[in-house]
Design a protein around this ligand. Structure first.
Ligand SMILES: Nc1ncnc2c1ncn2[C@@H]1O[C@H](COP(=O)(O)OP(=O)(O)O)[C@@H](O)[C@H]1O
Ligand SMILES: [Mg+2]
Length: 219
């Protein structure tokens, strides 16, 4: 379905995209990025990730992994070159790009349910559809009973699962993960990695995972 820009009435009534929508390709073309008074991080980076592909990027600390994630997320602008998600040139944060960091970054005053609901778009949060989606996501990450727990009542691994559910709430076309499982123990990490791969392949989401951990990249 294609909509012209002033079709807002039609847009409001358009059926909701599938909760597990497919992925979009990510392309970086000749991307240059330097922070003031520092050696350039990227001199002319080309990268192509196909729709639905799960790619791990491995690199030592300080090599530019978080910068890459921030460029794709629209949190940083390249000095030259272009970043594309699907056909769009990224010029700021996009609704359908999910982000997950090393720490869960949950809102401490909201329970797990509300933290996941926080990831829904405004029009969906609080509706029956939104509630169904939160329930589905908490189940998908193996926490169907944890909705009423506050972040301080969750273990590190549980909190990261809630963060993953929140990142998936808007049915992201692209999921960006910046060393997401670095702060949990090895056993929990393996479980979270499996969970991520399973959920991402079900949703056919494009996944870009950056890590400095060789084992994580190889999974
Ligand atoms: N906001 C910033 N201002 C100046 N330099 C930065 C900033 N963010 C990152 N850098 C520098 O850019 C390089 C890449 O950083 P980063 O992308 O965080 O690497 P990584 O995530 O791989 O550890 C490092 O040398 C870092 O010191
Ligand atoms: Mg980093």
């Amino acid at each position: 379905m294609s909509l012209s820009p002033n079709d807002s009435g039609a847009r409001a009534q358009a059926p909701q995209a599938s909760p597990w929508s497919g992925g979009q390709p990510v392309r970086l073309e000749r991307v240059r990025k330097a922070y003031p008074a520092a050696r350039p991080v990227f001199g002319g980076l080309d990268l192509e990730v196909q729709a639905g592909e799960v790619v791990a990027l491995l690199g030592a600390s300080g090599c530019g992994k978080s910068t890459l994630v921030r460029l794709v997320a629209g949190l940083e602008r390249p000095d030259a070159g272009v970043v594309r998600v699907g056909h769009r040139a990224v010029s700021g944060p996009l609704d359908r790009v999910g982000l997950m960091f090393q720490e869960p970054r949950l809102l401490p005053w909201l329970d797990a349910w509300a933290n996941v609901a926080f990831g829904l778009s405004d029009g969906v949060r609080g509706t029956a559809d939104g509630d169904r989606r939160v329930r589905e996501l908490l189940s998908a990450v193996g926490l169907p009973e944890a909705g009423s727990l506050l972040p301080h009542q969750l273990s590190g691994g549980m909190a990261q699962r809630v963060a993953l559910a929140r990142a998936l709430a808007r049915a992201p076309e692209v999921l960006l993960l910046d060393e997401p499982f670095g702060a949990v123990d090895a056993l929990t990490r393996a479980g979270l990695q499996n969970l991520l791969l399973e959920v991402a392949s079900r949703a056919r989401t494009t996944v870009l995972l950056v890590t400095h951990d060789v084992e994580e990249a190889l999974r």
